[in-house]
Ligand binder design. Sequence first.
Ligand SMILES: [Zn+2]
Ligand SMILES: [Zn+2]
Length: 353
Amino acid sequence: MADDKIPTEQWAQVVEETGGPVVYKKIPVQKPGPDEVLVNVKYSGVCHTDLHAMMGDWPLATKKPLVGGHEGAGVVVACGSMVNNLKVGDYAGIKWLNGSCLNCPYCENADEPLCQGALLSGYTVDGTFQQYAIAKAAHVAHIPRNCDLEAVAPILCAGITVYKGLKESGARPGQMVAIVGAGGGLGSCAVQYAKAMGLHVIAIDGGDEKGELCKRIGAAVYVDFLKSKDLVADVKSNTPDGLGPHAVLLLAVQEKPFQQASEYVRSRGSVVCIGLPAGAYLRAPVFDTVVRMISIKGSYVGNRVDTAEALDFYARGLIKVPYKSIGLSKLQDVYTLMRENKIVGRYVVDTSK
Ligand SMILES: [Zn+2]
Ligand SMILES: [Zn+2]
């Protein structure tokens, strides 16, 4: 039931016009519906998707005006009358998938991210760049009590996304996975999940700084595409039997790595696409794909079990996401840095500042 300490107004960053900028202002606090909870968002990670939502450059319309954000970590302050899986005071996470119908063939098969009635936080419904946000109770992430709410925030999109991709790859403990874009925000998360899952990681990215990061967080090998004269040969020669990695996780935002992956993946291996280079296409030789039995697939965000598992890896101390803190009032500065490609790691906004 609603607590009388919940204010009627709160600070939020609002996209009033497509293209931005975000406007820092006071807006009303919403009341949760019967199947919803109200979460006092303490921290929210900032994801590239949030910039796309502001710019309106994806082929999917956003709500307007819009409060962005989908990596929100906070505390439940009010529950709707039908909610019985959460209570006031619980730690809760609001992720990209805010809600789904729970009744369609996809939801029935635990493929809720594919639900045609899915609600997307910070995109089709207001998200976590506000102090109090609404989420469907069935989809709220249960954050273990021992987690630091600021540090755990990036797990709610970046962590779940790469963990799901690794599961989709089918790679088993002891096998090798190549992670393309390993030195980026998603990549550094993926390297740690892969290592925790017992996989050997071949990290692929550009530059010495990213190479040092990848090695430090557990990659067995680093292949620098800026220095390599033959990337396909270099990746294969870095596997003990020379046959290539069992799986490839593509987190890059350029198109070229998507074409190379099917050349160096091991026969019977899988290529998992996660990054979204604008307007890109996949191209692979049909002959090789057939006679080498290669699987090429996409992986989107995780379902509720993937969410719980990804958070559990984090709670056991196996994943550390490098992040910088900044006040919610400075969100536009983060977007500016993002546009200039100047962000290493992730920014997490503190909604109290
Ligand atoms: Zn995201
Ligand atoms: Zn559904």
